[in-house]
Design a protein around this ligand. Structure first.
Ligand SMILES: Cc1cc2nc3c(=O)[nH]c(=O)nc-3n(C[C@H](O)[C@H](O)[C@H](O)COP(=O)(O)OP(=O)(O)OC[C@H]3O[C@@H](n4cnc5c(N)ncnc54)[C@H](O)[C@@H]3O)c2cc1C
Length: 337
């Protein structure tokens, strides 16, 4: 455990779009909030952003996340660049998150830790320039273009089939591995115009713009592609959720309700680490719902009749409920005077 302990009402682990949105709502709704993130993640891998209304496609993931960090800081959310390696819950129900640089304590925790795409072995095209992981994001780029799908499991065969909705040139590259898909899936592949290429990839030809032109194979053939998808599964960052006792699905996703609430009180999970479509707009929506739900849980006023009977009427000096520092920043932020 580190000597330095930062105290908050809300700590969000993971500074991707899901976590930062939860923090944006929690901060702007008047709760002392921090984001602890080691950086990187799936959003940071985006060369350009697709499917995000109001954001231009040429915006990179790094730029998108950078603007998010500026917004959070302006509203008074603290951002710590740190890796949370373990966590525990005290008798007072507060959660302690142990980072490499400090410890962070909070009443409410949001896990927005995402997952890592399993990367196939090299040689490989450049990520976002011929090697892709997100069908909903990038299938549109390959309309009427030659594409590959790399993998040997059900998911790869399924995605190869789906790509026929976008183009008539689809190869499924098993790269020398024995396919693990079912007989039914093998029959599906046979009845669709999909070439299954068994030889492993031995070389990559890129154009001057860095985009993939073609792949070379160990059996000597060269095939032209605009790009394709790698389907080797996901490693979910669910270690903290497990430590806190949250229910985890068989595939590694964290079980979460409609507002991100997990099976453990005061712990929320949002974004790619929960089941869903793994898209930024979805992550933003989940973060927003969790942030609002946390406000419903934490806000002080109006007090219920039992509390008023116990504590007496609310005194003038108890309001407003927003912490002093967030109040000052909110007043500074106002642009109408
Ligand atoms: C190459 C690529 C391109 C994509 N393009 C698009 C697109 O164009 N449009 C679209 O809508 N979606 C796109 N996606 C999907 C999108 O990036 C994800 O759905 C989105 O980023 C999910 O957000 P998130 O906040 O859940 O996770 P992430 O963005 O993965 O963020 C999770 C964060 O948590 C941090 N973290 C994890 N564990 C810890 C820990 N223990 N301590 C501290 N920090 C931790 C990670 O380092 C990371 O910073 C793309 C994905 C990829 C891989």
């Amino acid at each position: 455990m580190s000597e330095e302990i930062h105290q908050y009402e809300v700590v969000v682990v993971g500074g991707g779009p899901a976590g930062m949105t939860a923090a944006l709502y929690s901060t702007r709704l008047g709760h002392d909030t921090a984001v602890v993130s080691r950086g990187g993640g799936r959003a940071a891998m985006m060369q350009e952003v697709h499917n995000l209304l109001g954001v231009r496609e040429e915006t990179s993931g790094a730029e998108f996340l950078g603007i998010g960090q500026e917004q959070l800081t302006e509203y008074g959310c603290e951002i710590h660049r740190d890796m949370v390696s373990s966590c525990s819950r005290g008798d007072d129900e507060r959660v302690t998150l142990s980072g490499n640089s400090a410890d962070y304590e909070a009443e409410m925790v949001v896990l927005a830790t995402g997952f890592n795409d399993v990367r196939p072995d090299p040689p490989l095209p450049r990520t976002g320039r011929g090697l892709h992981y997100c069908l909903h994001c990038d299938a549109h780029m390959f309309v009427d273009e030659p594409v590959y799908v790399m993998g040997h499991a059900e998911s790869a065969a399924h995605v190869a089939g789906i790509m026929l909705n976008f183009t008539d040139e689809v190869d499924l590259l098993t790269r020398g591995a024995e396919p693990t898909w079912s007989e039914e899936t093998a029959a599906m592949l046979e009845r669709h115009p999909i070439d299954v290429v068994e030889a492993d990839v031995s070389g990559v030809h890129n154009g001057e713009d860095g985009w993939l032109n073609a792949l070379e194979f160990e059996d000597g053939q060269t095939r032209e592609y605009k790009g394709g998808f790698a389907m080797y599964g996901a490693e979910y960052n669910n270690g903290l959720a497990r430590e806190l006792g949250c229910e985890i699905h068989d595939d590694g996703t964290i079980e979460a309700g409609d507002h991100g609430e997990t099976s453990v009180d005061g712990v929320y999970a949002v974004g790619d680490c929960v089941p869903g479509h793994n898209q930024i707009p979805v992550a933003l929506g989940q973060g927003a719902k969790a942030g609002i739900d946390i406000h419903f849980e934490l806000r002080d006023f109006p007090r219920d009749p039992e509390t008023l009977d116990e504590m007496g009427p609310v005194r003038e000096d108890e309001v407003p409920g927003i912490p002093d520092q967030l109040l000052e920043q909110a007043v500074d932020f106002h642009t109408y005077d």
